[in-house]
Design a protein around this ligand. Sequence first.
Ligand code: ADP
Ligand code: ZN
Length: 717
Amino acid sequence: MNLDVARGALKQYFGYDSFRPMQEEIIEAILNGEDAVVLMPTGGGKSICYQIPAIIRPGMCVVVSPLIALMKDQVEGLKANGIAAAYLNSSQTYEEQAALTEQILLSEIKLLYVSPEKMVSEDFTNILRSVKLNLIAIDEAHCISVWGHDFRPEYHQLKYIRRLFPDIAVVALTATADKLTRKDMVEQLMLNQPRWFVASFDRPNLSLTVQPGQNRLGTIIDFIVERPGQSGIVYCLSKRSTEEIAEKLQRAGIPAAFYHAGMTAKARARTQEDFINDVVPIICATVAFGMGIDKSNVRWVIHYNLPKNIESYYQEIGRAGRDGLPSDTLLFYSFSDVIQQRKFIEEGGQQEIRLAKLERMEEFAQAQICRRRILLNYFGEHVFQNCGNCDICTDPPRWVDGTVPVQKALSAIARMKESAGMQMVIDVLRGSQRKEIIEKEYQLIKTYGAGSDMTVAEWQQCLLQMLQLGLIEIAYDQGHVLKLTPASREVLFEGRKISLARFEPKSKTAKTEKVTPRELAYDHGLFEHLRELRYELALESAVAPYIIFSDATLRDMAAKIPVSEPAMRRISGIGDIKYERYGTIFMKAIRAYADSHSLKPQPQAAQAPIPFSSAKTPRESTYDITYALYQQGLTAAEIAEKRNLGLSTVFSHISYLVAQKRDIDVSPYISEQEVEKVKAAIKAVGSSHLLKTLFDHLGGQIEYSKIRLAIALLEGK
Ligand code: ADP
Ligand code: ZN
């Protein structure tokens, strides 16, 4: 088995032209039957590494995965590419499990996703022994270690795998693992001299920006308005603030929802589903949100509050841009957040280490050097080049002489006998007349009002920088009052000069004006148009839009404007099945759009044999073909067979045709009683767009294809 076969499968099934560098080496090792450990960041493309060997070799690959949601997502994605994948877990009925077991025994499944407890259960290992296994993949393998941040007791039992299947190669994959966890992983899984593959943890497509925590809401609204239609997450510290911010965004006309652990399981599931399906593009959430979500087209992540450490921050921003497209992250940094985080730490254990981690987080937020270098260095990757995609690189701080304001502040702090907090110092400098100042007679000190030429925000910036420069300290144990340091005395008494970064806010739109080098030019209007088409198709077939095509694939179309089969097949992400299912309908949409907007296909695409004009007879759509066969008297199953499509795809065609009011007798496929049940469910759920919710509401008793058909019937009426 050589790599050419692997490359062929990559194009045929996934529609990609080439492997990413490390993928090829990993696949080679796996094909050689070696055990392997794969450490790659989120979005790095780990899955392909075991999926391709599983597909091209005889037999089946078992994938152990910790979360049902993740399994489902992977399986849907694979099926959408025409790969025989399935999952087996406790959420399924006995009948479903039995039917699947049958398929496994008939060698009809290439990739089987299972929970860790299933993997080591006796029933299941017996089944596995009677089929040909070609690989065992352990996803999220760090969950096996108590040293990792995500230990799962169920993973512990995976240490028996080696004994149960001594001859099958095992590949362990994870996106997070410190040294201790890595060692533990290999030992517990009893990997046999595994090959190590450690990719860079850099995510160059994520821009990094930090802003002072003033006027956060206004900044967020501007940020979102600059990115119409994009999907994003606003992470907040408290449940209450998720609700408040979502409401304020809604009032500004922005479609946002909130998510936190205080909601009912049902409400949470629904919110998550709406987000995944692009029904609600923006979620304000606590950090509980995002685990187990594979949505590849999250375009931005905002931290309303400072995260507790760099690990969490990196994991949370990592939920943006899994598809590799440019995505933006924005962190607000305020002193009150630091105090809040310190309070949390004081309430719990392991204070020393948690405080140290918080301090590293603060240093990152305050940094005046390339932020990506700080992050990568934190994770042990030493980088000597500036990234060009963080706020420091794109808008470097400008230094000004800050000696005078620093002197004023230090003198005020000294004259208040180092017993005032930051807000009080600012108020005194600006000459506020609030009651507490008068009571304490601070209006009598020499520097009272000496800083009225600067705004509160500018003073906050100034004091923050003084803190970073060690010119002042905060006495956390004395009500957070500001204290002088030896360095402050040098400024006050020895005439030391101080440079400060200018206090003005970063130019807000620096990010969007700039086109990152990786971003290719594409027609934005066409991209939006195709996104809408994708959304409609997703509703029709009850899958998440990104399962149909990733944003990256749509952008490639919007750049190359493919209107012929060869051109369409060259688009990244279009494998055989995707072409078969969606090629024609997308080409039709592209052709129509291009005609009405005078767009020309890219030169390479123009070599295509089919003339570029919608005036020519439009190609038959996949629906038309199904309809023609139906009119010839074929049943759904026969059409599926003839067209080499899944039965559910044919049902989705029939639903579409019914919704288009074409003449179709649906009585063989759905009973009136079932239609009534779906009708009642739609009423109870309040929407006909939430297929999964409807499915669950109906107790799983009516298949998706029937629900879709019923909806089409009801809406067609
Ligand atoms: P991970 O599991 O490491 O988070 P995924 O396997 O989900 O990453 O891959 C991330 C994205 O990159 C997916 O959209 C995937 O289809 C895409 N991808 C993976 N390998 C390639 C490749 N060789 N060429 C183009 N895109 C790829
Ligand atoms: Zn940088």
